[in-house]
Design a protein around this ligand. Structure first.
Ligand code: IVH
Length: 665
């Protein structure tokens, strides 16, 4: 056998041993023998660079190269699941599905893994891309890091997999690995990870894939997507995926009645504590893909699935003090300082008390024994007081009346639970918070400017508002502690680059109350410029889909403030984008106005995304599933039989690619 043949043989053998060990938990050979084969392959590949293969088992050791992740748009958005916390809500879900489907159905119950979600794309049986959830629309390309995870197949086994498909799942750090990692970090006096979920997502975003390789992540896959899936049921598809080499949990059960679903929940609520990885609930999915399509999606989540979240674990500890934090909007958060207590795998010393009403409702005294719970959020909360244990306690906890940072009196807006410090131009944490938000990754993404640097610049009097960033001078930065010419250049370059950030993100970066990422996107699309938005009336704002009175009022209030208008002028003068890019009006028509169009099949002239854009530019709406309201189906080759059948039943027109293009001509 020559070297090249041996390379192929070794690759195949090592892929098989990986699968045996990491997916099946049934190794055939010892670690030493495995390392030996791996070393042989590494040597041979070095000798024969012409045989390089991105999916060779040797790629799993990672590389020392640092890189920034590129953003990839998800072919199918990564939605989340609606959460429920009680059996009553599960019953509601079950009954709603029953009513909507009006036929027999099965629910597939499975664990909700508590890690970080990932979307893997395979083409011709090879892993080509791994992308994080990101904002659901686009995420980071973390392919190299994911390749180091041994339970994720680089090359698929068996046959019958679609030529191209996506599979989604959860990347997890097993409890034992998490504990070892934190012990090691404690020894090195490095900050600890709060839980395996943070450890897994932190690890996945590391720049150096060889460190990722050393962290021993694992992955369970739970959702198969594609145009040509092997079976008509979710459960059946996942069993197929297991045959192709994926790690699919065997805790999956198809239930034909609500009783079976509830039994599954009861059993795993207790038994999950013996699993090697963290889970935080049960996911219920309508099994039939046809029925899933019928039920469809809301803007955020599928109507065919929900998550039942387990009750958070509780601990009891002493309340020593209440301190108050001021956020970037001036909102005051009361924080309970506690005797350290162990809770769901981590040590808790502080917990949120939310607002004055919650404190009042708890009837809290300093020295009280309080119950702490960890919900879905990272910050634990106080949920009750053990009044039986109350003796020799201190003062009753009274919410403050003045800002702990700047001394200004606090105010409370009608209908809101929080107290606010209104001194938004001179209260340090508000100013710093606004700047931190402005420079953050999802906003202006200014490299080199983190929380500490913003704090330092503020302390040194270099910046008092976001607009000051654009008048920073190199020498002013370079003379500061821990800075130098190189960091100054880096920061100035980041600031310069931020002038190209799109208007929708600028709008989010301004930090207008209640204008989050999604709202900013909607507003930018509708009003197209800051001037148009500033001029909009309350009525005009409310008319926009998904903008309610609360957001509209906040926008009006923001632009009514002279200081904010001045700020915007300074940003505009600095070159920050205050309008959407000019669009070529000639491409826009209303030929498809009022039409709901489903795209299905494979196309010859344009990609699906291009057709989607064409529909939108011509005033139409691209919708995911066929219903009575569908105007027509833009159909390519191989349109799915179930779609054809449904279209036939509802009498919906099927339009070919050529007919469609002619229509738009
Ligand atoms: S299915 C369209 N199944 O929970 C629904 N998700 O809130 C696709 N998750 O982002 C998700 N275990 O990260 C599904 N067995 C499971 C899951 C699961 C954990 C996560 C996933 C998702 C989040 C939804």
């Amino acid at each position: 056998m020559n070297d090249v043949e041996r390379i192929y043989q070794l690759r195949e053998e090592l892929h098989r041993h990986n699968h045996n060990y990491y997916v099946l938990n049934a190794p055939e050979i010892g670690d030493q023998e495995f390392d030996f084969l791996m070393r042989e392959l590494q040597d041979l590949e070095e000798k024969h660079p012409e045989c390089k293969d991105d999916n060779s088992p040797t790629m799993r050791v990672g590389s020392d190269l640092n890189k920034n992740f590129t953003q990839v748009v998800h072919k199918y958005p990564m939605l989340s699941l609606a959460n429920t916390y009680s059996e009553a809500e599960v019953t509601d879900f079950y009954n709603r599905v029953k009513k909507d489907l009006n036929e027999d159905f099965e629910i597939c119950c499975e664990m909700k893994f508590d890690g970080t979600s990932i979307s893997l794309t395979y083409e011709e049986g090879k892993l080509v891309r791994a992308v994080t959830r990101g904002d659901g629309t686009q995420g980071d390309d973390v392919t190299d890091n994911v390749k180091t995870i041994r339970s994720i197949p680089l090359i698929l086994r068996g046959e019958g997999y679609p030529r191209e498909f996506e599979i989604r799942g959860e990347i997890l750090m097993p409890w034992v690995v998490f504990e070892q990692l934190n012990e090691e970090r404690e020894r090195k006096e490095e900050p600890l990870f709060a839980n395996p979920r943070n450890a897994a997502s932190g690890t996945l975003k590391l720049q150096n894939s060889s460190v990722v390789a050393s962290r021993k992540l694992d992955a369970y896959l739970y959702y198969l997507l594609g145009e040509e899936l092997p079976a008509g049921g979710h459960y059946e598809n996942m069993q197929e995926a297991a045959q192709w080499g994926f790690k699919v949990s065997d805790i999956m059960r198809k239930c034909a009645s609500l009783e079976e679903v509830i039994d599954f929940i009861h059993f795993w609520d207790v038994e999950r504590k013996n699993l090697p990885v963290a889970t935080d609930g049960i996911v219920l999915k309508v099994n039939s893909l046809r029925q899933q399509r019928n039920l469809g999606f809301t803007a955020k989540s599928p109507r065919w699935a929900i998550a039942y979240k387990f009750q958070a674990e509780r601990a009891c500890t002493r309340l020593n003090k209440v301190t108050y934090q001021v956020g970037r909007t001036g909102a005051i958060t009361p924080v309970a300082n506690l005797d350290p207590v162990q809770l769901a795998g981590t040590v808790v010393k502080r917990a949120s008390l939310h607002n004055a009403d919650i404190i009042e409702g708890l009837d809290l005294y300093i020295g009280d024994m309080v119950y702490v719970e960890k919900g879905g959020e990272i910050i634990p909360k106080i949920v009750g007081v053990d009044k039986e244990a109350r003796f020799m306690v201190g003062d009753k906890v009274k919410f403050i009346t003045h800002c702990p940072e700047c001394g200004s009196p606090l105010t409370r807006y009608e209908g809101e639970a929080a107290h606010y410090c209104t001194n938004d131009t001179a209260c340090p944490p508000q100013i710093k918070g606004k700047i931190e938000h402005f420079v953050s990754r999802k906003a202006m993404n200014i490299d080199g400017l983190g929380v500490e640097t913003v704090d330092q610049f503020y302390q040194e009097g270099l910046i008092h508002s976001i607009a000051d960033l654009y008048s920073l001078k190199g020498p002013d930065i370079a003379r500061l502690d821990r800075m130098g010419k190189k960091s100054a250049i880096n920061i100035l370059e980041g600031i310069r680059a931020s002038k190209e950030v799109s208007f929708e993100r600028v709008l989010f970066a301004l930090g207008i109350r209640f204008v989050g990422e999604t709202t900013a996107k909607i507003l930018a699309k509708v009003f197209r410029s800051i001037d148009a938005l500033a001029e909009a009336t309350l009525e005009e704002l409310i008319q926009v889909d998904e903008i309610g009175t609360r957001i509209a009022q906040s926008i009006i209030q923001y632009f009514a403030d002279e200081k904010n208008r001045e700020l915007i002028e300074r940003l505009r003068e600095a070159g920050v984008q205050m309008a959407m890019e000019q669009i070529d009006i000639s491409e826009y028509t209303d030929k498809l106005a009022g039409k709901s169009i489903v795209i299905s099949g494979v196309f010859a002239h344009h990609s699906r995304d291009e057709y989607k854009e064409m529909i939108e530019k011509n005033g139409g709406k691209n919708v995911g599933s066929i219903s009575k309201k569908t105007s027509f189906i833009l159909a390519g080759e191989n349109m799915g039989p179930s779609k054809l059948e449904k279209a036939g039943k509802l009498g919906i027109q099927i339009m070919s690619e050529d007919e469609f293009l002619k229509l738009l001509e």
